[in-house]
Design a protein around this ligand. Sequence first.
Ligand code: 13P
Length: 253
Amino acid sequence: MRQYIIAGNWKMNKTVSESVTLAKQIVEAVKDVKNTEVVIAPTYLAAAKVADVVKGTNVKLAVQDIHWKDQGAFTGKVSIDMVKEIGAEYVIIGHSEQRQYFHETEETVNLKVKKTLSAGLKPIICIGETLEERNGGILENVLTTQIKGAYQDLSADDALKTVIAYEPVWAIGTGVVATDEQAQDTQAFVRSVMKNIYGESVSEAVRIQYGGSMKPDNAKGLLGQKDIDGGLIGGAALKSDSFFAIIAAAEAQ
Ligand code: 13P
């Protein structure tokens, strides 16, 4: 039985003080949550303060990206040691916004995944197709390329420490959500690709989140699907009540 993982990706939202306030509200809201793993990913600037808020609670900290180098002349970037020191457990890698706007490639995703694992943290690896790719019939090719790229040279042991977030680009921030069936079919395909690479026991253990306009009113249906093990939430994670409602939907499954 795979444990649900509900993660809030705050993207470039919330000042430091707003982040601390939201983190405190979430900690309070989820204090009785037992079965679902709850993760929040504030901006780098807020991460250290949010780390103090979530320490010793059942909320875990993620950051939204890292650089794959240990240190040096990489203006604007943050290393894995920096995020490890503050107590982050997860790193979101390969988000479609990184791919689309900041030149993320299969190769940089793979470098970041390896760096994250080597430091003992866990990557949340984002994959997903554009509407053009889906309509053009190349959905499976696109996802296979992204998965093979991200997992290049990773052992089965390392693969088990990863989480995959399937986020169809056309559903992100648009209010257009994949239907339960579309999400399930695609995530079953993602799991089959993992099975081809690592075999059944790994593919059955790896958790696959859905992301893209997941909200309290559609969470139950999506999370009820066999191959959907959680959510990576954008807009609905920016308020504790809507984020909690999605967590409650996972708890109720
Ligand atoms: P929305 O929930 O705002 O569509 O964002 C999803 C997402 O990109 C999470 O990483």
